[in-house]
Design a binder for this molecule. Sequence first.
Ligand SMILES: [Zn+2]
Ligand SMILES: [Zn+2]
Length: 313
Amino acid sequence: MTRLERNANLSAVIIPFVALIVGGALLWNRLLDPLDLGVLAVMYLITGMGITVGYHRLLTHRAFETHRWIRYAFAIAGSMALEGGVIDWVADHRKHHTFPDEEGDPHSPHVHDADGVKGVLQGLWHAHTGWLFSTHGQASSRRYAADLVSDPTMRKINRRFPLIALIGLLIPAALGYALSGGSWMAALSVYVWAGLVRVFLVHHVTWSINSICHVFGKRRFDVRDQSTNVFWLALPSLGEAWHHNHHAFPRSAFHGLRWYELDPSGWLILAMGKVGLAWDVVTVSPEKQRERMRVPAAGSVGAGTPASADASS
Ligand SMILES: [Zn+2]
Ligand SMILES: [Zn+2]
């Protein structure tokens, strides 16, 4: 990884965090109003779904088919989440599924040298943030994302990532200015909350899938990695926290496989299917799910324990 890449990633981690503290201290109770929260919610959903439905389910795993312009629109929305260019993201994530929790996984919390509590903490740090300074964006795009590399428009979107990310930060400021009837203070306030703080929130929820959803939570399928389902992260992650289900059935458009496994990204794909904007949607039959069920070992501590303690899979 080059020094420029490392510094860019460092800025992308630190600036939104500082914005959260400064914005919170200066603006809370004074300027934070429904406009800030409204634009924050809309931008969170657009950029979050850009990652979950676009970068992840559509472009990485081909969980459904859609029109070309929708693929590009999702790639642009995902770029505004500031998690890297679309082709780099897809290559890293396919590598994660090729070597899940093994040597070669860009962000496994289980590949480290330390033992005990120190090892767990070291692993969590690497999976959540540390990997951004070592393995992020390093998977070969020609090897892991050849389908996207062969698409000139997708290559262009990938190349223009810095510009698209910047536009994603300026849109909230412009909306704040326009919707407040021309107030520069409102523009600044919406920029801080729906721009920088929104990036902070989407970042840490996404990274929690890499860290928390490979260490704590429940498991029910027979998979060789340590992935888990984490119910309290389901809504903020727009359904991605059913990550163990996802590792068991990577191509499924739906990560929530039971009625109570809330999966807003799956709902969007379902709605797109209903209006003819998504087709060939990949689903997993109940029979197939039953076949993959893990048979609990005698004396097993059962579900709900840290995955790292679950040596049977
Ligand atoms: Zn995973
Ligand atoms: Zn995946």
